[in-house]
Write a protein that binds this ligand. Structure first.
Ligand code: SF4
Ligand code: SF4
Length: 183
C-alpha cells in the first residue's frame, strides 16, 4: 500500500452489485433522482433488522417508527442483485451517479493515530477477488470519502429529527419527504 496509489483493478465480476446491500445517503438518493428522474420509492426499500445483519443496532441511521426500526437501502433482488445492475452487460446503469459507497468499494481508508490520511488498502472478506493487476490513485478516493463523511453527518441529523416525530401511522417511507419532493 502506498500513500498516493493502491494496487487494485475491478474485473467486473459484479459480485458486489449482486450480493451486497447498498445503503445510500439522502444525498446519494437526491443525485440518483436528479440524474434519472426516477421517484425514490422505485429504487429504495426499507429493511427491518431481520433482513440485514451487517448494520449494528447502535447505528445512527436506523429510522424508528412505532417501536420498529428500518434502514434505507437500494432495492435488491436476491437473484438479479441491485436494482441498477444490468446483469447481462455486467454494468451499473447509473455508474456516473452511483452512491459514494459503491465508488469506494472495496477500498478501505487507513489513517494515522492522529486521524491523518495514510492511504488506502482493500477490504477483505467481502467476496471481491481483489485483483491487484492495476493501480488506482488515492486522491480521488479520499475526496469521495470526505464528501461521504459530510453526507453521513447530514444523514444522521435528518434521522435524529425524523426519530423524534411521533404519530400513529408513521412509516419509514415518510423519511423521504424530508429531503425529496415526491410526485
Ligand atoms: S448502484 Fe450500481 S455500482 Fe452500486 S451496487 Fe447498484 S449496480 Fe452496483
Ligand atoms: S466484487 Fe470486486 S472485482 Fe467484482 S465487481 Fe465488485 S469491485 Fe469489481
Amino acid at each position: 500500500m502506498g500513500r498516493y496509489t493502491v494496487q487494485f483493478s475491478c474485473h467486473q465480476c459484479v459480485h458486489c452489485c449482486t450480493n451486497l446491500v447498498v445503503l445510500p445517503t439522502p444525498q446519494d438518493v437526491i443525485n440518483i433522482t436528479k440524474a434519472t428522474g426516477l421517484p425514490p420509492r422505485q429504487f429504495l426499500e426499507f429493511l427491518a433488522p431481520e433482513e440485514i445483519d451487517e448494520v449494528a443496532a447502535s447505528d445512527p441511521t436506523w429510522l424508528r417508527c412505532n417501536g420498529r426500526r428500518y434502514i434505507m437501502a437500494l432495492k435488491r433482488d436476491t437473484r438479479r442483485g441491485c436494482h441498477f445492475l444490468d446483469k447481462r452487460k455486467k454494468m451499473c446503469k447509473i455508474y456516473e451517479h452511483r452512491p459514494i459507497l459503491c465508488q469506494l468499494f472495496p477500498y478501505k481508508l487507513q489513517e494515522t493515530r492522529n486521524g491523518e490520511f495514510r492511504g488506502f488498502t482493500l477490504h477483505k472478506d467481502t467476496g471481491c477477488p481483489l485483483h491487484r493487476d492495476d493501480v488506482a490513485e488515492t486522491a480521488p478516493l479520499y475526496e469521495a470519502y470526505l464528501e461521504d463523511q459530510e453526507h453521513q453527518d447530514d444523514y444522521q441529523e435528518l434521522v435524529r429529527v425524523f426519530n423524534q416525530k411521533r404519530y400513529a401511522d408513521k412509516r419509514p417511507e415518510d423519511f423521504l419527504a424530508m429531503f425529496v419532493t415526491e410526485k
